[in-house]
Write a protein that binds this ligand. Structure first.
Ligand SMILES: Cc1cc2nc3c(=O)[nH]c(=O)nc-3n(C[C@H](O)[C@H](O)[C@H](O)COP(=O)(O)OP(=O)(O)OC[C@H]3O[C@@H](n4cnc5c(N)ncnc54)[C@H](O)[C@@H]3O)c2cc1C
Length: 493
């Protein structure tokens, strides 16, 4: 029997995951990618002896990457290696407080109780609750389609619904943290987990306090060779099992006939397929590739998650007090970063992230030098004067880092590259350059995210950070899993 053909639009991490799973299920998979390289946001740059991971820096839930090698019958160690980190992150506060977040929960609680006004047992209770929230909801919100009736008949779903009062859905993450802790610095610490899905702690529901569980229970990891090795490993795996890639092939249209996706148009050529999956952000998928179809306007109008402004700096100095991941908090970020936000925009916490992979990978920077990835969260691109924002931000960031690290940073910068929301948008087609699709700034957000399939057009599916279950590497990998399961069920494989 002839194999059914699947076209995937985009070789982002979710496109790669979907391709690997469907190829293993016996489909013939072709991936059309606008760029000349795979990975989308998960890419890298090299400049004058420095290597920088461009996008994600935090790797959690590696089991979802492992699964892709398992289902392909390949040994992951031949493609990709990673280590578990003992120190999750170093935190620097304006008042001089320094806090090292250890991966080990007991050590974390003990260190926290030595620094903040808190008992170790309070921290342990917080993590326990965080775990309960995750255990109750992960199979419903992350691992299944929220838009299929069968999901609601499962035992897990019924259990989650009966325990809804324990999930803090009717309050905000900040309110949950304020209730639990007295120390402002600790509240700020736990509030920052809202940025993991580009939301605001003052708006995102309290259920998001499950996020620290992912870091503290499952751990954080670092791939050998940097984050880009995730892309490299999955791309090589896809090639080895027979997936075809067409780079430099932007898709301009999804072809629909009698309510069914029948292929795509790329470089004025029609390519037929039985199934089409879009890994392109769902907003431009409708606005550019499906212009003759009615778009789900409510979904299109969901507020977007934050974007980012990143400086990649080659620093000719070594800072022993810094680790792979470092966070510099602002005492009054409204004052410090007010110029970035218009009145109507939600202010996320523009914490400064300084990630330095050369702490783990000596090839990432010349001797005695470091490759700094310096990021602040900013709103999405709505035509702001980004050049001005970049100029002011650079000054502010340098002033702050120099003050806290007690060393003038600017003269140490020998290499610089900058990524801003405009470029994130043009490099990956992510609407407004958002990092994680739509934000989770209200309790209905999970239900308002676009499903992994079209409710109107047969054989059209969606994966990636802008659709269910959301953004970030683990969730994007799960969207690939959900899509492949939906197709498997549809074709009764
Ligand atoms: C600066 C930054 C920091 C981040 N930090 C983290 C982190 O620490 N941890 C974490 O887990 N996540 C993080 N993320 C989020 C994470 O990178 C994304 O959620 C994830 O990589 C998105 O993957 P995706 O599959 O949705 O596709 P994307 O990466 O958005 O890629 C989509 C691909 O589709 C292609 N494409 C689009 N339209 C077309 C078309 N018409 N034709 C052909 N090809 C097309 C694009 O060229 C692109 O390659 C970060 C993101 C950024 C940018």
């Amino acid at each position: 029997m002839q194999k059914k053909k699947v076209i995937i639009i985009g070789a982002g991490i979710a496109g790669l995951a979907s391709a690997i799973r469907l190829q293993n299920l016996g489909f013939e998979v072709e991936v059309y990618e606008a760029n000349s390289y795979p990975g989308g946001k998960l890419t890298e740059i090299h400049k004058n002896g420095y290597r920088f991971d461009c996008g994600p820096s935090l790797f959690t839930m590696p089991q979802f990457v492992e699964e892709l090698f398992e289902v392909s019958g390949k040994k992951i160690s031949e493609y990709f290696e990673y280590i578990k980190k003992d120190i999750v992150c170093n935190y620097f506060y304006e008042d001089g407080t320094r806090f090292t977040a250890f991966a080990d929960q007991e050590k974390f609680a003990e260190t926290a109780s030595n620094i903040f006004e808190v008992e170790a047992s309070q921290i342990s209770r917080y993590f326990k609750k965080s775990k309960q929230k995750y255990d109750l909801t992960s199979s419903l919100f992350l691992e299944k389609s929220l838009h299929k009736l069968s999901t609601y008949f499962s035992k897990d779903t019924v259990k989650a619904i009966t325990r809804i009062n324990h999930l803090d859905v009717n309050t905000t993450l900040h309110a949950v943290n304020k209730k639990q802790f007295k120390d402002k610095r600790l509240i700020q610490f736990f509030d920052r987990f809202a940025t993991y899905n580009g939301s605001s702690p003052y708006l995102t529901p309290g259920i998001m306090s499950m996020i620290p569980h992912l870091e503290q229970y499952y751990g954080t990891f670092f791939p050998k060779g940097g984050m880009y090795s995730i892309t490299k490993g999955l791309y090589q795996l896809a090639l080895d099992i027979g997936v075809t890639f067409c780079f430099g092939n932007k898709v301009d249209k999804i072809l629909i006939e009698n309510g069914k996706a029948i292929g795509v148009l790329s470089r004025s050529i029609t390519i037929e397929a039985d199934i089409v999956i879009s890994n392109m952000d769902v907003v431009p998928t409708y606005r550019k590739l499906l212009i003759d179809q009615k778009a789900p306007e409510k979904t299109m109008k969901q507020p977007r998650s934050s974007s980012a402004l990143i400086f990649y700096w080659g620093i000719k100095h070594s800072f022993p007090e810094l680790d792979l991941h470092n966070i510099f908090f602002s005492e009054d970020y409204r004052k410090e970063f007010e110029y970035i936000f218009s009145k109507k925009q939600v202010i996320h916490d523009p914490t400064i992230y300084v990630n330095i992979t050369s702490k783990n990978e000596s090839n990432d920077a010349p001797d005695h030098c470091e490759n700094w990835f310096v990021m602040i969260n900013v709103p999405g691109n709505e035509g702001q004067d980004w050049d001005k924002i970049i100029e002011i931000s650079k000054k502010n960031i340098l002033k702050k880092l120099s003050r806290i690290l007690k060393k003038d940073i600017e003269p140490l910068i020998e290499v610089e590259e900058i990524l801003d929301p405009r470029k994130i948008e043009s490099n990956t087609q992510s609407y407004q350059g958002s990092l994680y699709g739509s934000s989770s700034n209200n309790k209905y957000a999970a239900f308002l995210r676009h499903p992994n399939f079209s409710q109107k057009i047969r054989d059209l599916y969606f994966c990636g950070g802008s659709v269910h279950p959301g953004g970030g590497i683990p969730l994007c990998l799960l969207s690939g899993k959900i899509v492949s399961e939906l197709i498997q069920n549809e074709y009764s494989l």
